[in-house]
Structures are given as structure tokens and as C-alpha cells.
Design a protein around this ligand. Structure first.
Ligand SMILES: Nc1ncnc2c1ncn2[C@@H]1O[C@H](COP(=O)(O)OP(=O)(O)OP(=O)(O)O)[C@@H](O)[C@H]1O
Ligand SMILES: [Mg+2]
Length: 403
């Protein structure tokens, strides 16, 4: 056997037109064009993110022209960004020159990609890969968002989260303090949990009708705790099962602990098909050491009692009710303080509106105030209270038709 030597075409020819042949062919081309260099392949190398942290310098090589397209960063940033689908990067790292080749292609399960590091030696290539992995692992000033089967960094969601605060969140007596203390104490108590032999993890479920502060509270917590956070937007994927998606979600979260995994609208994420797999990930064999799971729902009755009633799964439940009259006064007072000077809305006019908004959510109250401001801006001769009252009637009709 030893005297038979198969050449490289064995793999490319063997795979023929299968897309798996593509990375093999690219690697052969790289090796042929860089005969004296070491070539090390890896996947999802976040070299651009690494460069953004100024840990290396990057330029797309002129000769091998990149396949790239520009996109607009939205009104707020108002600039063009480049997305590279295939690119050869000239990299300067620790005074060394390397090359990173990045290729993306379509396959039967959506998309695939690979990166190759071309360096003077395997040691240098591996050292770069290791450092990139270490420094780009944590989300940094972004939140990791899971959709289409993969994680993306969302800087916008991070900014929205940083803008959230407990100061303007109105919650029933003491609940705000309880929530804040609960999680900050939890994060400081790793040793105590361990010495008592209890798993250091926490699950909280926020329950309540739409528009009463669940999302606001999650964001304020994420900001206050300052840990990495991951947000599951959707588990659907055209080719993979949701079980596999749950595994991807929990695997990444476990690799980032202590961290917060946010599962908004849990009732829509957990289905009959994926429930047992989800439960297994939540409190099965895995320790989930340092993992905080924050879930929200409008429909607790749609969530299986195996999830909702077992303390090992969601050991805290917080109810976000419709505001009481006292809470409506508190909330409207926040707005009055902001708008009073400009609009002439007086403090002693708050109680009347609070009394007339029974069964309003905070979100509806917010809508009432904002629509009144918009209306008042057009007709600023009318007293603000009058405008509020007329908007109240309009909104009440809309709410009735929403029901
Ligand atoms: N308790 C509250 N105190 C102050 N503002 C609130 C409160 N609840 C809701 N709001 C405001 O109303 C808007 C909607 O709230 P939020 O998104 O947190 O609701 P939610 O409970 O997550 O609703 P949904 O179930 O529809 O997701 C936000 O602008 C939020 O700041
Ligand atoms: Mg919400």
C-alpha cells in the first residue's frame, strides 16, 4: 500500500460538482500560489471585528479583487459599509505580514464559509487564529442576536439597551428593588452557591399583558448587570430543526457565562416539537453555570406546566400588571415634568386623566400622550388638557376595536 500515492484530485474529482469540493479547490489554489507558506483553515474567523478593536490592520489585496457590496448604515450612522463575500486580506499583525482568505458560498443548507490564514509558519497562523477567537468571542459593545440559525452582533440593540433605565420604569411596590437586587446578588454569589452545592444559575419569567414594561425591564437589567447578553429572535431555519437551533443557542450562551440569555415571547419559541429538547438544555445534563435566562410572555397559559411550574427552570416569576390608578398618576407625572413647561399641562390636571384611563397599559398611556403632543403641535392654541381629552376618546374607540 505504501507505494501508492493519491494526488489531490482524488478529493476534488471525487466530489465532482458537489459544493463540498469548493473549499478543497480554493485551498489547493492557495497552496499552489503560496508554495513556501503555511496555510491553516478555520471557520468564522472574525478578523474584521478584531481589526475594529485595532488588534491588527487589514486591507483587501488589490490583485485578488474582492467580491463585495456596499450597504447603507441607516439614518443614524448615515455612511456606507462594505460586506465582503470573498476577499483576500493583507493583514499586519504584531509587525508580521499575513494573508487571510475569506470565502462564502451557497450550499444545500443555505450558506457556508471558510477562512484560511497564510503565514510564514503554522505556529504564527495558529497564534493569530487563537488570539482572534479569544478577543472576538465576547459580544463587546453589541448584543448577540440569533436568527436564521446564526448569531449576529447588533450594535443598535446594544445602544437601545444602554438607553433603558430603571428610573423611568414604574412597577408595583418594591418589585423594582426586588428584581434589581435579585440579579445583582445572584451575580455576586457564585462562591456561596458553590459552597452550598446549588447550581449557580437563574431563570426568570416575566409575565403580563402587552405594554407593561417586560421588555423595558429586561433591557434595564441587561444594562445594569453589564454582562454579555444574547437575544433569540427566531429559531426558524429552512433546513435545520429547532432542536439543533436550541443547541446552538445554549452552546454559545454557555461559552459566554456569566451572561444573560433573553427569550422574548417564550410561548412562541417553545413548540410541541422542541419542548423536551428545550427543557433538556435548560436543566438537563448541562450545568449552565453562570447562566441567567430572562424570558417574557403575554400568554403564560400557552406555556407547558413542565416549564412554568418547576422551580428548577424558572425560579422567579414576575408579574407585570396593568397600572393601577396610582401608577398611572406616577407615569403621567413623568410625562408632565417633561412637557409641562412647553405645553402648559399643569400638575393638577394629571389626576383627571389617570382616573379616565382605567385598563390602559403603560404603552397605551404613552401613545395617548404622544398623540396628544402631535395634535397640540398643530393647534397649539388649544389647552393641552383639552387635546388630551379628545385624544382619549379617539384612543378608547381604537382600543375597543383592537379587542
Ligand atoms: N411599567 C412601566 N413603566 C414605565 N414605562 C413603561 C412601563 N411599561 C411599559 N412602559 C413603556 O411602554 C412601552 C412598551 O413597553 P414594553 O415594550 O416594555 O412592554 P412589554 O411588556 O414588553 O410588551 P409586550 O408584551 O407587547 O412585548 C415602552 O416604551 C416602555 O418604556
Ligand atoms: Mg416586550
Amino acid at each position: 500500500m505504501a507505494d501508492i500515492v493519491f494526488d489531490k484530485e482524488l478529493v476534488t474529482e471525487g466530489l465532482a460538482d458537489n459544493t463540498s469540493a469548493l473549499p478543497v479547490r480554493v485551498e489547493q489554489l492557495i497552496v499552489a500560489q503560496a508554495p513556501n507558506k503555511a496555510v491553516v483553515a478555520c471557520q468564522n474567523l472574525q478578523i474584521e471585528h478584531y481589526a475594529r478593536q485595532e488588534l491588527c490592520r487589514l486591507h483587501p489585496a488589490e490583485e485578488a479583487r474582492a467580491s463585495a457590496y456596499m450597504y447603507w448604515g441607516g439614518e443614524e450612522r448615515d455612511r456606507l459599509y462594505t460586506n465582503y463575500e470573498q476577499v483576500v486580506w493583507d493583514v499586519t499583525w504584531n509587525d508580521q505580514s499575513l494573508v487571510v482568505v475569506h470565502f462564502e458560498w451557497e450550499n444545500a443548507c443555505g450558506g457556508s464559509s471558510r477562512d484560511w490564514v497564510v503565514a510564514d509558519s503554522v505556529d504564527v497562523a495558529e497564534a493569530l487564529i487563537l488570539d482572534v477567537e479569544r478577543k472576538t468571542h465576547a459580544p463587546g459593545d453589541a448584543i448577540l442576536v440569533f436568527s436564521h440559525g446564526d448569531w449576529q452582533r447588533s450594535y443598535d440593540l446594544y445602544r437601545a439597551t444602554q438607553a433603558a433605565s430603571f428610573d423611568d420604569l414604574i412597577l408595583a411596590d418594591a418589585m423594582k428593588d426586588r428584581i434589581r437586587q435579585d440579579f445583582s446578588q445572584f451575580l455576586e454569589a457564585e462562591r456561596r452557591y458553590q459552597s452550598l452545592g446549588i447550581a449557580w444559575r437563574r431563570g426568570a419569567l416575566m409575565i403580563g399583558p402587552p405594554g407593561n414594561g417586560k421588555t423595558h425591564c429586561v433591557r434595564a437589567l441587561v444594562k445594569e448587570l453589564g454582562t454579555s447578553s444574547l437575544y433569540v429572535q427566531s429559531l426558524s431555519h429552512p433546513y435545520y430543526k429547532e432542536d439543533q437551533m436550541w443547541k446552538r443557542v445554549f452552546d454559545r450562551a454557555r461559552g459566554l457565562t456569566p451572561c444573560i440569555l433573553v427569550l422574548e415571547d417564550l410561548d412562541t419559541l417553545v413548540s410541541d416539537e422542541n419542548r423536551s429538547f428545550f427543557l433538556n438544555q435548560l436543566d438537563g445534563f448541562e450545568q449552565n453555570h453562570g447562566l441567567i435566562v430572562l424570558a417574557t410572555t403575554n400568554y403564560p397559559d400557552r406555556i407547558d406546566s413542565a416549564i412554568i411550574d418547576r422551580p428548577s427552570r424558572f425560579d422567579r416569576k414576575y408579574h407585570f400588571h396593568l397600572p393601577t390608578e396610582h401608577e398611572r398618576i406616577q407615569y403621567l407625572s413623568l410625562w408632565q415634568e417633561r412637557l409641562g413647561d412647553e405645553t402648559g399641562w399643569a400638575k393638577n390636571e394629571i389626576a383627571e386623566i389617570a382616573a379616565a384611563t382605567e385598563s390602559y397599559s403603560f404603552a397605551y398611556l404613552k401613545e395617548l400622550v404622544i398623540s396628544a403632543v402631535l395634535e397640540w403641535m398643530q393647534e397649539s392654541t388649544a389647552p393641552f388638557l383639552k387635546v388630551l381629552q379628545s385624544q382619549l376618546n379617539t384612543l378608547q374607540r381604537q382600543m375597543r376595536s383592537d379587542e
